[in-house]
Design a protein around this ligand. Structure first.
Ligand SMILES: [Mg+2]
Length: 200
């Protein structure tokens, strides 16, 4: 059975924070990255209290409602997955508003990431476990968020988990547990590590 690689999108394949930052600038707001959070980093220029979280979420939803997602691909992501896909199946598993699916699928195609797309919500343990049960081969999972990695470790303990944080500004703030989930923030190193974990 072919090995399977399950990969998150935002801050793994995609520089989401940068794209979202460009979007909020068009609304006269700015991003100050001083913690590992999304909404608590949005400020009105000159203010020292972040925007309230509900207003941040509204912006987030508006961003995902756009037909075209102005988000850069993480450096080396397409090449790394191309290499892995020679010997493994690849599935993209993203938590995003359901209505953003077409734009998300188009973004993947346009960035040379033409793999099966699963759009979900909530902790990723269950969907990863369901996907893993469909193959007898080894399975690897990549995400930026520690709760998702821990959720997978709990629900699907045989899956090899890897952490990757694509935006270098977020890296110092990202909670991690390298003893449980090897952390590799560059695809040039992550791709070969995934391949080695799958024996390919
Ligand atoms: Mg993510």
């Amino acid at each position: 059975m072919a090995p399977l690689v399950i990969v998150d999108v935002d801050e793994v394949l995609a520089l989401f924070m940068r794209g979202f930052e460009r979007f909020i600038r068009t609304h006269g707001l700015e991003m100050r990255i001083d913690r590992f959070a999304l909404f608590q980093n949005i400020y009105r220029p000159g203010e020292d209290q972040h925007l309230d979280v509900a207003a941040g979420r509204k912006l987030f939803d508006a961003f995902f409602r756009l037909d075209r997602h102005d988000i850069d691909v993480a450096p080396g992501a397409a090449e790394a997955l191309q290499n892995l896909a020679r010997q493994a199946s690849v599935v993209i598993l993203t938590n995003a508003p359901a209505e953003s699916r077409p734009a998300r699928a188009r973004w993947l195609i346009e960035n040379d990431l033409p793999y099966a797309l699963v759009v979900g919500a909530g902790p990723k343990g269950r969907p990863v476990s369901a996907l893993a049960q469909r193959t007898r081969g080894p399975v690897a999972f990549v995400d930026d968020l520690l709760p998702n990695l821990d959720s997978v470790a709990q629900e699907a303990p045989t899956v090899r988990t890897f952490q990757m944080v694509a935006d270098h500004r977020l890296r110092p703030f990202a909670p991690c547990a390298p003893d449980r989930h090897p952390r590799l923030d560059e695809w040039s190193a992550l791709g070969p590590a995934i391949a080695a974990s799958l024996g390919i």
